[in-house]
Design a protein around this ligand. Sequence first.
Ligand SMILES: [Zn+2]
Length: 136
Amino acid sequence: MEKQQLAPIGSFCLNEACRDYKRVDLKNIVKCGKTDKGVQRYRCKTCKKGFTATKGTIFYRCRHSEQEIAECIAKTVGRWIKLVRSHIKQFEEYLVREHTFSQAQLDALWTYVGHKGEKGGELKNIQEALFGVEQR
Ligand SMILES: [Zn+2]
């Protein structure tokens, strides 16, 4: 199977109207300073439009830094999962009753959060997904 790689922001134009839209490594994108929050700006030499490194991400036009947002999500979601972990059976019944989850959806949910019956695994998985390494 061929492994796909994501092209980094700054290696292609994000302007849908540009003739070089999403065409990677044409050398048409140049760095163009930083925002007051320190986010890298880029400019396309083809269409003359600018964009920031966070365009198309959850961090685009946010007042808070990527670090603040990631930490807030990790802490909030991690706390909720810890609460749910001690009430898994009740939570599953609630999901089935109030949100008509099927067993397959529950299985997918627990697989997603890394439950699989191991204590602490779900928080670790979320932290690793957000930060790339386990946080202490
Ligand atoms: Zn362009």
